[in-house]
Every structure is written in structure tokens, then in C-alpha cells.
Design a binder for this molecule. Structure first.
Ligand SMILES: [Zn+2]
Length: 344
């Protein structure tokens, strides 16, 4: 008899506290789509699939956050009052004009938002930092788990892959997958990150762009016409010691499952030749054709095929970290089908 392989799933309840109501878009205001229900819906689905869920209790050590993000950015996030009227960034320090510390400290909150965020998809709202730290703590918990186990899942929310060293953006504040990678690298020598969100993970790419101990590979909507627009092109391949350790696979919006799986196979061949100690997957569900906001033409069943293909490569250890995905009626099922590929 073949024993079922279990995959443990982690999440921190404080992730659900941040719940902004408004998002500004180029076409006007709408309900903020990066909602707490994203995690609760996926949890319900994974529970119904018999997966073991663990509520994370502990908060990660802040020194780990400072290995990923700048002191100044973390100080700004920690300075936000826990209860604050909802505000959306509306002006940006585009030319990066530097202000001395006394001037910076006197700036209004609105003006600071334009320094520490690169777009308007990052509303300030009660418990922002508490939820962001809870998501990063979930990711850290996964790293600890992976030292003793072969597989695990971190349901992180808010997501993280757009968060850069000194700036948030695209619904992201702290880079969860980077926290997991940095934490793992204290015990292993090579980590690979496969980013399968619809959007390029510009934050994750930036954080490891000059390093060879983290190989970043991303399949995403062509940035010519998709967020984050200025990053994610094929010719971005790393720099210095990191040259050759970043690989981007942009896809046309009309791409369906066949094109996607072809690129996934190429990405996995590249990752296989790197032979990482741990493969982390930044899993976005916004590639679903039904996403509503974004989407390639993938179905919930496509996620199972993706999982099966990844499993066949037999990576030593595998961690899955939630990124985007906004169709509340489809993300639970797609996530479960992906994970089931590793439990069969
Ligand atoms: Zn996305």
C-alpha cells in the first residue's frame, strides 16, 4: 500500500486583520481585491482536501526582516499608527530626490507614502504592519519546517513578491518568499525561487539580482502590457556575482495552458541544472482565466498539471508560498489541485 504524503500548511491569524476597502485604478475606484477572504477560502479548500493546517503563533525576529529590507523602510512601516484612516498614495518621489533626515521626518504621512511605495496599490489601513509581519512570520515558519521536512505551504497574505528592498508596491509590503530564502540560507547553500504569479516579481528579482546563491526564475504576463511594466524582460539576467542567476519568461496575454506548460518545462530544466537544496514556489492564482482582474487562459485543472510537472523533476525540498489570485470562487480549488499533485 502506498502511503499518502502529507503537506503541512501554515498561516498566521493576524494576516486577516488588514482589510482596506478602496483601491484606485486608472478606471476609478473599486473594492480592494487583496482581501482576507483570499486566505480563508484557500484554507477551507485545503482543509476539505484533508491537509494539515497549523496556525503560526510566533513572530519572526526583526533582524531577519532587516536582511531583506532597508532600515529606513522598516522604520517607516513600524512608525505607522496601528489604527489610521485609510489613505492611498497619490504623489511619488519619482526622481528619487534625497531629503535629509530632519526634513524626511517632518513630512506628512501622504508625502512619505510617495517615498516608500512605488504605486497606488498599497493603501494604508489599520493593522497593515501587523498583518505584513504575520505573513512574513508564516514564511519564516515554513523555512524552519523545511529544514526537517521535504514539503510545506505558507499561505501568506498580504503577498510579497513586488516588495523591494526599500519600497512596497502592488499589494506587497514585506517580501515573504525572500524572508523564507534568507532564513533557509543560514542552513543550506543554494535556494531557487520559481515565481508563477501572473505578474513578474520585481521585488524578489531585485533582492537577489547580484547573488548566485538564489536563482530567481519567473513566468509572467509580458511586462510591455502588464504590471509591473518596468521589470521582467528576458534580457534581465542578473548582475555581478548574480549574472546568469535570474531568468525571465514573459508570456503574451492570450497564452493558454499549452504555451504555459512549455515555458514551465523550460524553467524547470534551468532550475534542475542549478540543483537547489530547496525550491520555493511563489504561487499566484491570478493566471486563472477566471481571475477577473488579470489572468492567462489557465483553468483550475491546469494547476494540477503544473504540480505534476514540477513533482516529476524530483527537487530535494519544496516550499509553496502564496502570492496573488483574486477570484474567491476559484482560488481555493486551484490551490488544492496544485498541492494534490505532491500528495498523490
Ligand atoms: Zn499577481
Amino acid at each position: 500500500m502506498r502511503l499518502a504524503i502529507t503537506v503541512k500548511v501554515f498561516y498566521h491569524p493576524d494576516q486577516l486583520l488588514y482589510d482596506p476597502k478602496n483601491e484606485m485604478t486608472s478606471r476609478g475606484a473599486r473594492h480592494y481585491p487583496e482581501r482576507p477572504e483570499r486566505v480563508t477560502r484557500i484554507l477551507e479548500s485545503l482543509k476539505s482536501g484533508g491537509l494539515e493546517i497549523e496556525k503560526v503563533q510566533e513572530t519572526l525576529d526583526s533582524s531577519l526582516l532587516l536582511e531583506v529590507h532597508s532600515n529606513e523602510y522598516i522604520e517607516f512601516l513600524t512608525s505607522l499608527p496601528p489604527v489610521v484612516d485609510e489613505q492611498v498614495p497619490s504623489i511619488f518621489n519619482l526622481r528619487g530626490k534625497s531629503l535629509d533626515k530632519p526634513k524626511l521626518e517632518k513630512l506628512s504621512l501622504m508625502a512619505k507614502l510617495g517615498i516608500y511605495f512605488f504605486d497606488i496599490g498599497t493603501p494604508i489601513s489599520p493593522h497593515l504592519y501587523k498583518s505584513a509581519v504575520a505573513a512574513a512570520s508564516t514564511s519564516h515558519r515554513l523555512a524552519v519546517h523545511l529544514l526537517e521536512n521535504d514539503q510545506g505551504v505558507a499561505l501568506c497574505r498580504p503577498p510579497g513578491h513586488h516588495a523591494m528592498r526599500d519600497m512596497g508596491g502592488g499589494y506587497c509590503f514585506l517580501n515573504n518568499v525572500a524572508v523564507c530564502a534568507v532564513s533557509l540560507l543560514k542552513s543550506v547553500s543554494k535556494v531557487a525561487i520559481l515565481d508563477l504569479d501572473y505578474h513578474h516579481g520585481n521585488g524578489t528579482q531585485e533582492l537577489f539580482y547580484q547573488r548566485s546563491d538564489v536563482y530567481y526564475v519567473s513566468i509572467h504576463g509580458d511586462p510591455t502590457h502588464n504590471f509591473p511594466y518596468y521589470w521582467g524582460y528576458e534580457d534581465e539576467q542578473g548582475q555581478g556575482n548574480g549574472l546568469g542567476y535570474t531568468k525571465n519568461f514573459p508570456l503574451a496575454k492570450s497564452s493558454g495552458e499549452q504555451e504555459y506548460l512549455k515555458k514551465l518545462n523550460e524553467a524547470l530544466l534551468a532550475l534542475d541544472s542549478y540543483s537547489p537544496d530547496v525550491l520555493l514556489i511563489s504561487l499566484g492564482l491570478d493566471t486563472l482565466g477566471s481571475d477577473g482582474l488579470f489572468g492567462l487562459n489557465l483553468t483550475e485543472e491546469s494547476f494540477n498539471k503544473m504540480g505534476v510537472m514540477i513533482k516529476q523533476f524530483g527537487f530535494k525540498k519544496l516550499g509553496v508560498i502564496l502570492e496573488g489570485g483574486y477570484n474567491l470562487d476559484a482560488i481555493g480549488s486551484a490551490f488544492l489541485k496544485f498541492i494534490q499533485a505532491f500528495t498523490e
